[in-house]
Design a protein around this ligand. Structure first.
Ligand code: PRP
Length: 212
């Protein structure tokens, strides 16, 4: 019997694009394309089992070995620092992590900077390197509202097109890091299913190259 590779895919638009890469790479699974509420799909002939999970949960499934491989944004990987291997930059889901603020914002260095974010670890590391004293305000969404309502001085958030910032009269102060989707692997899965995982990695790399 073929070795099954368990793949955690991020639910949503990015995940659908990721699945298309797997499909074009020769790891199709027809049942996943039927519209239903199922979350697990497998194609034993191809040796793959896919499951849709919340994007920020992908590293948890992979780190704990419930999935052998998965696809997660670099933002999630930097935030949670899971103990996994990062195998490939899929060159999709591209955006950047940035500091943004109201247009008239001027940083006065003597004060504690109030930073609203969904990414406290990324924000904390970024300002620790600058030895800047900050107060992190952890939010779960609609971060752009925080400086407008004077809840924070700046935000640390994902900027993709820049539309959300623009429509809320905010602007990027500084880019922290570019972000894209990454193929990750469980460390022991990578050892014991090495050949299968490397084959998937190679076929996906070819897809990335073709999409250029
Ligand atoms: C993300 C991010 C920004 C927005 C950036 O939010 O937090 O708000 O996308 O995209 P843009 O630069 O193309 O406008 P998301 O849609 O994930 O919702 P959220 O409010 O729950 O964070």
């Amino acid at each position: 019997m073929k070795t099954m590779i368990n793949v955690a895919l991020p639910k949503g638009r990015l995940g659908e694009k990721v699945y298309r890469y797997f499909k074009n790479a020769g790891y199709e699974c027809p049942s996943i394309e039927e519209t239903n509420r199922k979350l697990i799909f497998e194609n034993p002939d191809k040796g793959v089992r896919y499951f849709w999970v919340k994007p920020s949960d992908v590293p948890i499934y992979v780190e704990r070995g419930a999935a052998d491989i998965g696809v997660a944004g670099k933002d999630i990987l930097l935030e949670y620092e899971p103990d996994v291997y990062e195998l490939l930059d899929l060159n999709m889901g591209k955006c950047r992590m940035a500091v943004a603020a109201k247009k008239d914002f001027r940083d006065s260095k003597g004060t504690t900077l109030r930073v609203a974010t969904k990414f406290p670890n990324i924000a904390g590391n970024f300002y620790a390197e600058k030895c800047r004293d900050i107060d992190i305000i952890k939010l779960n969404g609609s971060i752009e509202i925080a400086p407008i309502l004077e809840l924070s001085d700046v935000i640390v958030d994902i900027v993709e097109t820049g539309t959300t910032l623009k429509e809320n009269d905010l602007e990027v102060v500084e880019t922290i890091v570019p972000i894209s989707a990454r193929l990750i692997a469980n460390k022991s899965g990578y050892k014991f299913k090495n050949e299968e995982i490397l084959n998937i990695r190679k076929s996906l790399e070819e897809q990335v190259r073709l999409q250029g």
